[in-house]
Design a protein around this ligand. Structure first.
Ligand SMILES: [Zn+2]
Length: 270
């Protein structure tokens, strides 16, 4: 599933091909994505020049004077800029034709992604109530500490709550908790300020590193037969059940917290 670093890498890969371009027409072969593609997008986007492409959580916002398209990759979606003559595959649901002679092609075998519309000056309900971006200064250990007081839910569930901080998915939550030495099942309200400072720093470091690594796969997003290059992280605990911890050699343990697979080292994480 595309996580925040993959979405940010997609944004960076698409930006030079989209900004300043005009969307001349849309080819919508399958309008039924996670939600139907709204009429407002179909009516307002053609003819518009793309002014900017921004990421908020795992959404891409493509800004024009008439409003903003909100794109989400769901479980299996990808976006590529291709020559308009590139043959269309079974899962290529939407093309935005561009005045450059290329198309922005949305491919999504499972159709859990979305293309929605936000009118100028409005905030789409999906974007309202989102917490701070993890790489921004608004996200830090002090705010995690303050917001966690009195909470008995686990620190991992707390960290994955989009109202607390956006875009920290299961893999990155597991890895950041390992880096900070915090047991994922510990009550959020029972984690000290110092440990939240370590946790916030770990989240930033791990996401920034993943985005940096994504820089080497950018060409995949624009090559006609390129597959989007998701990261093969150097994972410490995620998916490593029974394998030796890379720090202390204790077997990594798997559990289920908040209905999600969770991995931790019983010795390094308390
Ligand atoms: Zn360990």
């Amino acid at each position: 599933m595309p996580e925040l670093p993959e979405v940010e890498t997609t944004r960076r890969g698409l930006a030079p091909h989209l900004i300043g371009r005009t969307v001349t027409a849309l080819d919508i072969r399958q309008p039924r994505l996670r939600w139907p593609i709204p009429r407002a997008l179909r009516e307002k986007l053609p003819g518009q020049r793309i002014d900017a492409i921004e990421r908020r959580a795992k959404y891409l916002l493509v800004h024009t004077k008439a409003g903003s398209a909100i794109l989400h990759l769901g479980m299996s979606g990808s976006l590529r800029v291709l020559p308009a003559s590139t043959p269309v595959g079974a899962h290529d649901h939407v093309d935005w034709r561009l005045d450059s002679g290329k198309v922005l092609r949305y491919t999504d075998p499972r159709r859990f992604g979305s293309q929605l519309w936000q009118a100028p000056g409005k905030v789409h309900p999906l974007l309202a109530g989102l917490g701070p971006e993890p790489l921004s200064d608004d996200f830090d250990g002090d705010s995690l500490f303050l917001r966690s007081r009195g909470r008995s839910a686990s620190v991992k569930v707390f960290l994955m709550d989009q109202a607390i901080v956006v875009g920290v998915g299961n893999i990155y939550a597991s890895e950041a908790l390992f880096a900070a030495g915090i047991h994922p099942g510990r009550a959020a309200g029972a984690v000290s300020r110092e440990r939240y400072q370590r946790l916030a720093a770990a989240v930033k470091q791990i996401l920034a590193h993943a985005i940096e690594r994504g820089g080497t796969t950018l060409r995949d997003f624009i090559s006609p037969d390129g597959v989007p290059g998701y990261f093969e992280q150097e994972l410490f605990v995620y998916g490593r059940t029974g394998e030796p911890c890379r720090v202390c050699a204790t077997p990594v343990r798997a559990s289920v917290i908040g209905q999600r697979s969770t991995f931790h080292c019983p010795r390094c994480q308390r």
